[in-house]
Ligand binder design. Structure first.
Ligand code: PLP
Length: 462
């Protein structure tokens, strides 16, 4: 029995899969401040036109340019592992497979889109890319990608993480990015906040506002902004994961997969592994999909499907998505990548349609799962990834009770070697569970009343 399945570089997928082409019910468009659908050219100061074209594309397959394939080959195809030792520890008849996305230089799935975005920006004549980062995973992925292509990279990092998480910052510096704590004195948005709250720890919302401002105010016109999740083109770039997994499962002799599982922050690693299989489900396959999130930031399980802004300052277009409200302030849980208030519109629509089942897990259950994983499978997972592992363990136990030989596939989205402080807090008993109180949810949803309403459109087939 093989522990892992490789693909050769020649077998790496040559196209990305666009689920928008196959959705059973139509997506609703992003809206501008006047409540009317935005046109692609309105996004031109923020993103390069070649990526805007991907954002609105309805083509099922989009070619991966040779230049991007060459960058991806640095670590792709990623291995598909069979979690034999965990299966044994659980005594489950289920066969558990996972894509190890922790093998990329930055240690997660994020470089899959970072290298693609950097490449398209360079093609378009862009010299400098700005972005925000919370815990630093996205900032380091983009810094790595820009260093390969000789682009300048400017990262606005949430101040509290900048002070508390020196290693991601040092990775960015090593890859030659310019990383500053946000709020910074470099933008109007940053200066405004600093004047009012000089000691603020910062927030992702403030950092997004700063990064967009820094891009659109560059008089040379050679700076654009980049986002690491949520948007259609970002999810598109991640679909290479699920396509590789399909080929690898076939090589492992599997004819069918019963459950596909991933954690969901903005939705990109979930989409990456799941979308190519959701296409099979739309065409009649019987597969369960679980998108896993924290109970403290329960966007898909408790947030309504509504039009909302992507940032606190209400500068982005309104997106139709599951949301906790753009003013939502997540508690300081250790899975920094799962603290976003919204969710990718494409992932949200699969939940509305009933193709995907969202599930929420408590922080302690997730760390328990992560530690069991590390003590059986060896690799130490990112705190985000542990939400998928908690779900996998639960499904494997159910298969045991039912005596069913299920095939479970999940996305091991990244390693936790830069997140050991969270493990330390868990071991010393400092972590607690924290379910979002109804009262807080109601408060953070209140501003949605004033915004246009999204319709929950579904065929009723699933
Ligand atoms: C950023 C991150 C996530 C969450 O982001 P998605 O866009 O939902 O994938 C999950 N896992 C890891 C390791 C991350 O770095």
């Amino acid at each position: 029995m093989n522990t892992k399945v490789f693909l050769t570089e020649d077998e790496m997928p040559r196209q990305w899969y666009n689920l928008a082409a196959d959705l059973p019910s139509p997506m609703q468009p992003p809206l501008g401040p006047d409540g009317n659908p935005i046109s692609p050219d309105m996004l031109a100061p923020v993103f390069p036109m070649n990526l805007i074209e991907q954002e609105v594309s309805q083509e099922r397959w989009i070619d991966i340019p040779e230049g991007v394939q060459e960058l991806l080959r640095l670590w792709r195809p990623s291995p598909l592992y069979r979690a034999l030792r965990l299966e044994k520890a659980l005594g489950t008849p289920a066969r558990i497979y996972y894509k190890n996305e922790g093998v990329s230089p930055a240690g997660s799935h994020k470089p899959n889109t970072a290298v693609a975005q950097a490449w398209y920006n360079k093609q378009f004549g862009i010299k400098r890319i700005t972005t925000e980062t919370g815990a630093g995973q996205w900032g380091s992925a983009l810094a790595f990608a820009c260093s390969l292509l000789g682009l300048e990279c400017k990262v606005f990092m949430v101040r509290i993480s900048f002070d508390q998480k020196p290693y991601r910052k040092l990775m960015m510096q090593t890859w030659n990015a310019n990383c500053v704590p946000s709020p910074s004195p470099e933008t109007n948005a940053g200066r405004d906040i600093l004047k009012k709250m000089p000691d603020t720890p910062g927030s992702l919302g403030i950092a997004i506002s700063e990064a967009i401002e820094a891009a659109v105010t560059d008089q040379s016109g050679q700076t654009r902004y980049s986002l690491g999740s949520v948007l259609n083109h970002v999810l598109l770039h991640q679909t290479i994961i699920g396509q590789e997994a399909k080929k690898q499962l076939a090589k492992a002799g599997e004819k069918k997969v019963d459950a596909v599982i991933a954690c969901a922050g903005g939705g990109s690693n979930f989409a990456g592994i799941a979308f190519p299989f959701i296409s099979d489900k739309i065409n009649g396959a019987d597969i369960a999909f679980y998108a896993c999130e924290p109970t403290s930031c329960p966007t898909l399980t408790r947030g309504p499907f509504a039009y909302d802004f992507g940032d606190v300052a209400s500068t982005t277009p309104l997106l139709p998505m599951h949301t906790l409200g753009h003013t939502f302030v997540p508690p300081p849980i250790h899975a920094g990548g799962l603290r976003y208030h919204g969710m990718a519109p494409l992932v949200s629509q699969t939940v509305v349609e009933g193709l995907v089942t969202p599930r929420a897990f408590d922080q302690l259950e997730c760390y328990e799962a992560a530690v069991q994983w590390a003590r059986t499978e060896g690799f130490i997972p990112a705190p985000e990834t542990s939400h998928a592992i908690a779900c996998v363990i639960d499904e494997a136990k159910k298969a045991k009770e039912a005596g069913q030989e299920k095939v479970i596939l999940f996305n091991w989205s990244g390693h936790g070697l830069m997140d050991l402080n969270g493990y330390g807090a868990y071991f010393s008993g400092k972590l607690t569970n924290y379910a979002l109180p109804d009262k807080d949810l109601k408060e953070s949803l209140a501003p949605l009343d004033k915004l246009p309403k999204a319709k929950s459109i579904k065929t009723g087939k699933w």
